[in-house]
Design a protein around this ligand. Structure first.
Ligand SMILES: NC(=O)C1=CN([C@@H]2O[C@H](COP(=O)(O)OP(=O)(O)OC[C@H]3O[C@@H](n4cnc5c(N)ncnc54)[C@H](OP(=O)(O)O)[C@@H]3O)[C@@H](O)[C@H]2O)C=CC1
Ligand SMILES: O=C1OC[C@@H](O)[C@H](O)[C@H]1O
Length: 361
C-alpha cells in the first residue's frame, strides 16, 4: 500500500512499524511519498526513519507541502498524522484530490466535522477510515470472542479503564498540540478516546454494526489556566443490559511501570485483566475465574507481545480494504467513528470543555 504522510511523532511510529520485516505480512506497504510543512523536515524524516527500510520504501518522493502527496499519482492512500484540529481540513484536501485516507484518532474535533468528511468521501467515492489502531489488534477480537461467544466470565457487567500520561503542559511551548486549544488540546480527544473505545468494545457485543449508545455521566477538570482539560472521568450505562463502563484519563498523572493492568472487565463468573503500558498499547490479557478466596485465583494468560508496536494491523486492514474495493473499514465504519465523537461531544458538553471555533458559534 503506497503511503504518504506528514512528519511528527505518530508518523515516525507508524512508518517504523510498516518497514520492520515480518514473516506474516498480509500486505506489502510501500512508503511512496513523504510530505511535511517544509522540504527540510520531510528529508529529515526520511533520513531518520526510512534509512534502513526495504528498498521500495527507502527513497520516497519528498514534498515541502501536503499538496505534493495529495497530487502524487503513485500514492494510493494518504496517512494523516497531524493534530486533531487539522484532520478535517487535511482529509477534505486529500479527498478532493481523489485520494483514499487513513486519518489518526481522534478523527475530528466533533461528530459534525466527521460527518462533513464522510459526506465528501461518499461524494468522491474514496475510502476513508479513522486510524484507531486499538480496534484492529487481534487481541481485541480474541477478547471479544472470549467474552461474548465463549462467555468465559459469565455475564459481563462492568469495565473499568484508565489512561494516565503525564504532560508538562505549563512548560510546553504554546505551539504544542497538548497546549494549544485551537489544535484540539485536551486529555479526552488524545487519550480518553482509547478508554471510551475499550468500554464500547468490551460492554457491547453489537459493536460496530449494531451498537447501543450508552447514557453518559461525565466530569472534567482543567489546568491552572482553566482552559485546557487535563482529567476526564465518565460513567457509561447501557440500558438494555445495565452494563457499566467507568472510564478515566489524565495528563496530570504518570503511568506506573512498563506494564500494569490497563483495563478490567468484570463478569458474574470471573474477570479479565488487560495488561500493557497504556490502554493504547495492550500486550496481553488474563482470564480469571471468580475471586472467592483470599488469594487471587490463577488465570489463563493470552500474550500478544511482538517486535512491532501494533500499527501493522490497521495498516494491513486498510490495504486489504482497498484491495477489496471497500470504501469503509468494517472494523471502524463511518457511523462508528461518528458515534464515538458524539459520545465525546456529550462528555465535553457535560465537562465544560470547548474549542475556539465552538465558542464563536
Ligand atoms: N495511534 C497512536 O498511538 C498515536 C496517535 N496520535 C495521534 O496522531 C495525531 C498527531 O499526533 P503527534 O504525532 O503527537 O503530533 P505532533 O505534535 O508530532 O504533530 C504532527 C505533525 O503535525 C504538524 N504540526 C504540528 N503542530 C502544528 C502546528 N501548530 N501547526 C501546523 N502544523 C503542525 C507537524 O508537521 P509538519 O510541520 O511537517 O507539517 C508535525 O510534525 C493526533 O491525532 C494524535 O492523537 C499521536 C500519538 C500516538
Ligand atoms: O494516541 C496516543 O497514545 C499514546 C500517547 O503517547 C499519545 O499522546 C496519544 O496521542
Amino acid at each position: 500500500m503506497p503511503v504518504g504522510h506528514p512528519t511528527g511523532m505518530i508518523s515516525s511510529w507508524f512508518v517504523s512499524d510498516l518497514v520492520m520485516p515480518r514473516d506474516d505480512a498480509k500486505a506489502n506497504h510501500i512508503i511512496q511519498a513523504v510530505a511535511g510543512s517544509t522540504i527540510e523536515k520531510s528529508r529529515e524524516f526520511v533520513a531518520t526513519y526510512l534509512k534502513g527500510a526495504p528498498s521500495a520504501s527507502a527513497q520516497p518522493a519528498v514534498y515541502g507541502s501536503y499538496d505534493g502527496v495529495y497530487n502524487d499519482p503513485n500514492v494510493d492512500c494518504v496517512y494523516i498524522g497531524s493534530p486533531h484540529a487539522f484532520h478535517k481540513r487535511h482529509c477534505l484536501a486529500a479527498i478532493a484530490a481523489g485520494k483514499n485516507v487513513l486519518c489518526e484518532k481522534s478523527f475530528a474535533l466533533s461528530a459534525q466535522e466527521a460527518r462533513e468528511v464522510f459526506a465528501a468521501a461518499e461524494a468522491k467515492g474514496v475510502y476513508v477510515a479513522e486510524a484507531i489502531w486499538l480496534r484492529h489488534r487481534p487481541l481485541v477480537a480474541d477478547l471479544r470472542r472470549i467474552l461474548y461467544e465463549d462467555k468465559a466470565i459469565g455475564d459481563v457487567f462492568r469495565t473499568t479503564a484508565d489512561f494516565k500520561m503525564y504532560m508538562d503542559i505549563a512548560n510546553a511551548p504554546p505551539t504544542s498540540r497538548y497546549k494549544d486549544l485551537s489544535l484540539g488540546a485536551g486529555s479526552l480527544l488524545d487519550i480518553g478516546v482509547y478508554v471510551l473505545n475499550w468500554a464500547l468494545l468490551t460492554l457491547d457485543p453489537g459493536v460496530p454494526d449494531h451498537p447501543e449508545t450508552p447514557v453518559v455521566k461525565a466530569v472534567q477538570s482543567f489546568d491552572a489556566s482553566g482552559t485546557i482539560e487535563v482529567t476526564t472521568s465518565a460513567v457509561l450505562r447501557f440500558a438494555s443490559s445495565g452494563r457499566q463502563g467507568v472510564i478515566t484519563c489524565s495528563t496530570e498523572q504518570r503511568q506506573r511501570g512498563k506494564s500494569s493492568v490497563i483495563v478490567t472487565v468484570d463478569g458474574t463468573d470471573g474477570f479479565v485483566e488487560v495488561e500493557g503500558s497504556v490502554p493504547s498499547h495492550p500486550q496481553s490479557f488474563t482470564v480469571y475465574p471468580a475471586w472467592t478466596g483470599d488469594e487471587k485465583p490463577a488465570g489463563r494468560k493470552y500474550d500478544y507481545a511482538r517486535p512491532q508496536q501494533g500499527f501493522i494491523y490497521e495498516a494491513d486492514n486498510t490495504a486489504l480494504d482497498l484491495a477489496a474495493g471497500r470504501k469503509q473499514s468494517p472494523i471502524m465504519p463511518w457511523a462508528e467513528t461518528v458515534r464515538v465523537l458524539e459520545i465525546m461531544d456529550d462528555i465535553r458538553q457535560q465537562g465544560g470543555s470547548t474549542y475556539p471555533h465552538e465558542k464563536k458559534a
